[in-house]
Design a protein around this ligand. Structure first.
Ligand code: OSB
Ligand code: MG
Length: 367
């Protein structure tokens, strides 16, 4: 199968409520979609980079640029298959989210042509996945309690609170006091702390959190290992884990007792499987992170999360947690779970009318 070309879509998806993290506030998801076109059909990929390089060094304009200049040309002449796409893209350093988007589009078209669902290709063992929800930093504790209460009513199986210095122990205490000790609860700092804040991390121990996600800067594996010795709550890494090699190092160093896997951060769904396997063989549980994906990326994330070592609920929330209208059929929560798509490829397609309405820019890149 040969690539005729790629259609790049830049879409703007208004969020149902602002999403605040330690690195900034988002009110609209600025998304780059990749449509890989071949003589045997087309496939869709979603780039999870954000507008600005605040989560990692990548950002949407840069991802589009590297796709146009390097990644699409690298696939010219390649006989597209599940084994050929990664080697062709991996010649280039970095740009994991751009590579992941292109790889996802190619996997979708190749697997669809063969009639194989992505979940089956990745090694899924479940038909539904347990879902959690990531709750942003709020202006006040009552607002937070309202939001958490709403999500618990919807059936989410675990709550993740975004934290930052000044918004950590008190919101956690308030959620525990209001909703009790049975709620599966965890926190995500997105690198907002240093080892000087160890007392704050220790102060979270009495609340029986599942994990503390990425408290320290992404390059500080030794710092996380040191912190892990001082706190009882397991340390989970997100930003730090950029490949299976880094996952192995982090685990061996004692920097990660749990790993958040995001395909975009590690260069694609095939690399995500390697991270999953590296963790599984070392007895480290994983869960599927999220980057406020549309239904396209969500479909692929849910397929990934159906693998055996995804034993904790992921940030794979329902479409309505993010968007009033998704580009695909909305993913809906049923008993705190999302169904793993069963159709070939990623198993979902954008709705053409919705896509057209949301599209701000569209560009054809010949293969
Ligand atoms: O750190 O997990 C994160 C969203 C954007 C960037 C980074 C993160 C997040 C989330 C939301 O926590 C996850 C989601 O619901 O998609
Ligand atoms: Mg995170």
């Amino acid at each position: 199968m040969r690539l005729d070309g790629v259609e790049l879509y830049r879409i703007a998806m208004p969020l149902v409520s602002p999403f605040r993290t330690s690195f900034g506030v988002q009110t609209t998801r600025d998304v780059l979609l990749v449509r890989a076109v071949t003589g045997e059909g087309d496939g869709w990929g979603e780039c999870v980079a954000m507008s600005a390089p605040l989560y990692s060094a990548e950002y949407v304009d840069a991802a589009a640029d590297v796709i146009i200049r390097f990644l699409v040309p690298a696939l010219a002449g390649v006989d597209l298959d599940v084994t050929t796409v990664r080697p062709a893209l991996d010649r280039f350093k970095g740009h994991s989210m751009a590579k992941a988007a292109v790889e996802m589009a190619v996997l979708d078209v190749v697997l669809r042509a063969r009639g194989v669902p992505l979940a089956a290709h990745l090694g899924a063992v479940r038909t539904t996945v347990d879902c959690g929800v990531s709750v942003g930093v709020m202006d006040t504790v009552p607002e937070l309690l309202d939001a958490v209460g709403g999500y618990l009513d919807e059936g989410y199986k675990r709550i993740k609170l975004k934290i930052e210095p000044g918004w950590d122990v008190e919101p956690v205490r308030a959620v525990r006091e209001r909703f009790g000790d049975d709620v599966a609860l965890q926190v995500d700092a997105n690198t907002a702390y240093t080892l000087a804040d160890v007392a704050t991390m220790v102060a979270l121990d009495p609340f029986d959190l599942l994990l503390i996600e990425q408290p320290l800067p992404e390059d500080d594996l030794l710092g996380h290992a040191e912190l892990a010795k001082q706190v009882d709550t397991p340390i989970c890494l997100d930003e730090s884990i950029t490949s299976a090699n880094v996952a192995r190092a982090a685990i061996e160093l004692g920097a990660a007792q749990i790993v958040n896997i995001k395909a975009g951060r590690v260069g694609g769904y095939l690399s995500a499987v390697e991270v999953h396997d590296a963790c599984a063989s070392r007895g480290i549980p994983v869960w599927c992170g999220g980057m406020l994906e549309t239904g396209l990326g969500r479909a692929a994330n849910v397929a990934l999360a159906a693998m055996p070592n995804f034993t904790l609920p992921g940030d794979t929330s329902a479409s309505r947690r993010y968007f009033a209208r998704d580009v695909t059929e909305p993913f809906e929560l049923v008993n705190g779970t999302l169904a793993v798509p069963t159709e070939p490829g990623i198993g979902v397609r954008p709705h053409p009318d919705v896509l057209a309405e949301l599209t701000e820019d569209k560009r054809w890149i010949p293969g």
